[in-house]
Design a protein around this ligand. Structure first.
Ligand code: GLU
Length: 493
């Protein structure tokens, strides 16, 4: 019987949930769910200086918003807790002791300054820095230990002729490393805390992690981790290192490219499910080529064979496209709820619910981010909408006055405001009269009316706009257009 899959995401709470971390979490989640496995959240908060509780909260919130619910973690517990590294501190010394007992670890008494000097020397000799191995010799250690101010760290002892370490990566195939370049590396710092490489191995080992799926920036850590598994007599997990996420200019995705935290994208009006869909496609491709899919659909298809070695470029246009797809598929009531944060500046109570939903439906088609809605519905809530440049132009044209006067006298008095359909018919009659009898262009008619009512030449369907605005608001806007916009735009006699 095969061992049940257990994977984890192990973020360090030194910043808000980053896009790259979210994608790693997602790939782990998909793998777990596709294999009836467990997805574990472990908070790697050993860096006490940089770790902050607010970031832990942001990580929880961000993962949950994306639908990446974990089976075990700091908040919900589990059989392998605690799930915060800072609460596991009493675990690491015992494994360190095992390595000391086996002769595979030793204390190093060199001070920071002495180590710096070693590094400087290597630099001067233009060779990569490798720890000298000075404290391998028990006599040296004994001598240095006499100075009580020297606080020892603990180093892992490489084999005498370390040679090459080769391992299989599920994404990259066979990878080989020259171990001599590692040097004896620190596993416990001189303040008694474990280094990342040691803590991660002890944690993954004691939590029964079967697969480690993470970014390729961790490849160089893997040889050290494999040496530690071997030294501790444990079998290592399967490793899969995914290509990084790059900005469109192919540099590392950073603040200077705009948002990098999941919450920022959600605040801008990307739907979490669309964002999650987008993340799935950065470094993975579904075998059936169907790029729009749910977590469940992707989990059923997810495998290492379709993970990319090469970096994924963050394509904001694709994200927008996907978001638009999701926005158009969402039930209108649901979309309305999600748009609320972007409508807070408006008094939405001036329209009934039916009209509000109609308004939303009328502007939804071209939406790519929810935040666009603020601007797109502005004219429904402003008594005198600001004129766009094109509308300003419309008011300088000779026929505009004629259209608006006809609209006021022929249309407004008799138009049927019962339904948008009835209004559409009455509008057609007016347009017909003005085009066939007065010889105006349809565009001239439409742009004049739109400009007077909305301040723009494009927007929601005009009959729907008329229906939502209602007769009184329309009358007052047309009055204003005639008395104000036209008066201002027309050349003075
Ligand atoms: N805390 C590490 C990180 O956030 C985890 C690395 C790992 O997955 O081993 O990069």
């Amino acid at each position: 019987m095969s061992v049940p899959v257990r994977v984890r995401i192990a973020p360090s709470p030194t910043g808000n949930l980053h896009v790259g971390t979210a994608r790693t979490a997602l790939f782990n989640y998909l793998y777990a769910k596709g294999h009836q496995g467990q997805f574990i959240l472990r908070i790697e908060d050993t860096d006490r200086q940089r770790s902050e509780e607010q970031y832990v909260d942001d990580i929880f919130k961000g993962l949950k918003s994306l639908g990446l619910h974990w089976d075990e973690g700091p908040d919900c517990g589990g059989q392998y807790g605690p799930y915060r590294q800072s609460e596991r501190f009493d675990l690491y010394p015992q494994y360190a002791q095992q390595l000391i007992d086996k002769g595979l670890a030793y204390p190093c008494y060199l001070t920071q300054d002495e180590l710096e000097a070693e590094k400087e020397q290597a630099k001067a000799q233009k060779r990569p820095y490798v720890y000298s191995g000075k404290c391998r010799d028990p006599r040296v250690r004994e001598e240095l230990a006499k100075d009580a101010s020297r606080k020892p760290s603990l180093r892992f002892r490489l084999p005498d002729n370390p040679g090459t370490l080769t391992f299989h990566d599920e994404v990259r195939g066979e990878l080989s490393f020259d171990l001599a370049l590692l040097g004896d590396f620190v596993i416990m710092k001189n303040d008694g805390t474990p280094t990342y490489n040691f803590a991660v191995v002890v944690d993954d080992m004691t939590m029964g992690i079967t697969h480690v799926i993470r970014g390729e920036d961790h490849i160089s850590n893997t040889p050290r981790q494999l040496l530690l598994y071997e030294a501790l007599g444990a079998s290592p997990p399967v490793f899969a290192h995914v290509g990084m996420i790059l900005a469109p200019d192919r540099s590392k995705l950073s603040k200077r490219h705009g948002a990098t935290a999941v919450a920022e994208f959600v605040d801008q009006g990307y739907l979490p499910e669309a964002f999650c869909n987008f993340l799935s496609l950065m470094g993975w491709s579904p075998p059936d080529g169907q790029e729009v899919g749910s977590l469940e659909q992707f989990a059923a298809q997810f495998g290492f064979d379709r993970l990319a070695q090469s970096p994924a470029v963050f394509d904001i246009d694709k994200l927008k496209w996907l978001n638009g797809q999701y926005i158009r598929q969402l039930p209108l009531e649901d979309l309305w709820v999600r748009c609320q944060p972007y409508l807070s500046a408006y008094d939405v109570s001036r329209y009934d619910q039916g009209r509000l939903l109609m308004m939303l439906e009328a502007v939804r088609e071209p939406l790519t981010v929810l935040s666009d809605i603020t601007e797109d519905v502005a004219y429904f809530f402003e008594d005198h909408p600001k004129l766009s440049e094109q509308s300003q132009q419309v008011f300088t044209e000779a026929d505009t006055k004629r259209v608006l006067e006809a609209f006021q006298s022929d249309f407004l008095a008799s138009a049927r405001f019962d339904t948008p359909e009835a209004l559409a018919e009455d509008l057609k009659t007016l347009t017909h009269t003005l085009t066939s009898e007065a010889g105006l262009k349809t565009k001239t008619v439409m742009w004049a009316i739109r400009s007077a009512l909305t301040g723009r030449v494009r927007g929601a369907d005009l009959s729907i706009t008329l229906y939502i605005l209602g007769k009184d608001a329309i009358a007052s806007r047309v009055d204003y257009a005639l008395s104000h916009h036209l008066a201002q735009a027309l050349p003075k006699p």
